[in-house]
Design a protein. Structure first.
Length: 485
């Protein structure tokens, strides 16, 4: 072959490669598009976790299966609340003023306290939030139709509209509520609050919720924040309910006393050991309850990166945040764990070159098992199983993974069984880590499973756990008015 012929051949190859590239880009873009109105459970492939095939999966089939709209809480309420969402200018304890969105004009919204066993009724009213609102009861394993996810379990509540939630407060513990319509934006701007389910037998002493949230780069401890001082008589039992209402992990520390972590994500921990000067890394969306008996000298709660201090007694104690508690071997006793699973799902989080929802920017998108939203595999299960989820993070950023409607029992980190398993609904999966968790499929519905770094979720780090035979009449997409993330 002469030089000419070689040049011509190279030119042809280059042209072909270019065309192939264009075709790939065109395809990738086209694939990434979502319809203006779509059923979020019908977009991606179905993942059966290697378990038995399930009967039918014809979404929305008339006559077949059950609709999420039928999975509602029932009964006569013991307590009733109304929460009104709207624009508000709120002054934080630090003096900072926030132009935000608020429930009842407060950030955080009113602290809802109920008693274990109560049937709770909450009416959400949207005064003037144009994008719509909903309320998700984060960590409460309630009926699916009460889960508050716009486009999945209800339509977003428009301005002037209302929606009534009803659920049984079965498990005592610390929970929170937040909008699940445009959640990355609406939660950041203030549409969240704490929900405390007090135990049937009231416990004496002080009981305080502390929520971490960031406004315009300032890490605040709310609602008291700033430099809060509370006089507490020595010997008084104190329970602090730490809630992370942010998009990233918060490291809390307590100075001046030893303490115990008595509950995580609304589940009591059996036999917690006493700790001193150990920081607690609470993942986004997570809640840790800590308890101590008030000593003679002051006790102070602080969080890394925040200048807010919450002190009990006169003065402040120094808080050492240098050492972190390792929960995997924290307790003296541990529950028995399942060893056989009906299904094992692998959720490998990564990044993949592609487009997102028909946008024009080619970039590294979040992926699960190599798929970009809305093509992420949906986990499909049957009721009455014990299943395992294996989270693998190959993406280079931490992802606090949150499963709706269930608690997950933490089994192993990086392939090593944890010494003392614990239950979570929000689990930090850090870069390079692998976590194995077990769950009982005892709550039929279609449940979100997503990263609680909400901007990640808004960029597609979202999938679902769907029970066979359950379908949703609600739709997502630009024409539907529903945009849960
Ligand atoms: Cu707290 Cu789906 O979220
Ligand atoms: Cu994430």
């Amino acid at each position: 072959m002469g030089v000419r012929a070689l040049q011509a051949a190279l030119a042809v190859v280059a042209a072909l490669a270019f065309v192939a590239g264009l075709v790939w880009v065109g395809r990738a873009w086209n694939d990434s598009r979502v319809p203006a109105r779509y059923d979020a459970t019908a977009r991606g492939p179905v993942d059966l976790g290697g378990g038995a095939p399930l009967h039918h999966h014809d979404h929305g089939a008339p006559g077949g299966g059950v609709s999420v709209a039928a999975l509602r809480g029932r009964g006569t309420p013991d307590v009733r609340f109304t929460l009104t969402a709207g624009h508000a200018t709120v002054r934080l304890p630090s003096g900072q003023t926030v132009d935000g969105l608020a429930f009842d004009g407060r950030i955080p919204g009113p602290e809802l306290r109920v008693r274990q066993g109560d049937l709770v009724e909450v009416t959400l009213v949207n005064r003037d939030v144009r994008e719509g609102v909903s309320i998700h009861w984060h960590g409460v394993d309630l009926p699916n139709g009460e889960d508050g996810v716009a486009g999945m379990t209800q339509d977003a509540v428009p301005v002037g509209g209302r929606f009534t939630y009803r659920f049984l407060a079965e498990d005592a513990g610390t929970y929170w509520y937040h909008s699940h319509q445009h959640s990355a934006d609406e939660v950041r701007r203030g549409l969240f609050g704490a929900l405390v389910v007090e135990p049937r037998e009231p416990s004496p002493g002080e009981d305080v919720v502390v929520a971490a949230h960031t406004f315009g780069g300032t890490h605040a401890l709310l609602p008291s924040g700033g430099r809060m001082h509370r006089r507490v008589a020595p010997g008084t039992p104190v329970r602090l309910r730490l809630l992370n209402a942010d998009d990233h992990v918060h490291e809390f520390g307590l100075g001046g006393t030893s303490f115990r972590v008595v509950a995580i994500d609304g589940r009591e921990l059996e036999a917690p050991a006493a700790l001193r000067a150990q920081a607690l890394a609470v993942p986004a969306g997570g809640r840790y309850d800590i308890a101590f008996a008030m000593p003679r000298l002051p006790v102070t709660l602080a969080a890394k990166g925040s200048s807010d201090r919450i002190s009990f007694g006169r003065g402040n104690a120094t808080v050492d945040l240098s050492r972190q508690l390792d929960l995997t071997s924290y307790r003296a006793r541990a529950p028995a764990v399942p060893t056989r699973f009906d299904r094992t799902f692998r959720i490998e989080i990564g990044r993949k070159l592609g487009f997102f929802h028909g946008g024009v920017k080619l970039g590294r998108q979040w992926s699960i098992n190599g798929k970009i939203h809305p093509h992420m595999p949906m986990l499909v299960v049957a009721e009455g199983e014990v299943d395992r989820i294996v989270y693998v993070n190959r993406s280079g950023s931490p992802h606090p993974m949150h499963l709706h409607g269930h608690h997950m029992l933490v089994l192993a980190r990086n392939g090593t069984p944890v010494r003392t398993p614990w239950l979570v609904d929000s689990l930090d999966v850090r870069p390079g880590e692998r976590w194995d968790v077990a769950l009982r499929t005892d709550n039929p519905g279609i449940w979100m499973l997503h990263c609680h770094n909400l901007p990640h979720a808004a960029k597609g780090l979202v999938t679902h756990l769907a029970y066979e035979g359950v379908h949703t009449p609600y739709r997502m997409g630009s024409a539907s008015g529903n945009e849960p993330e």
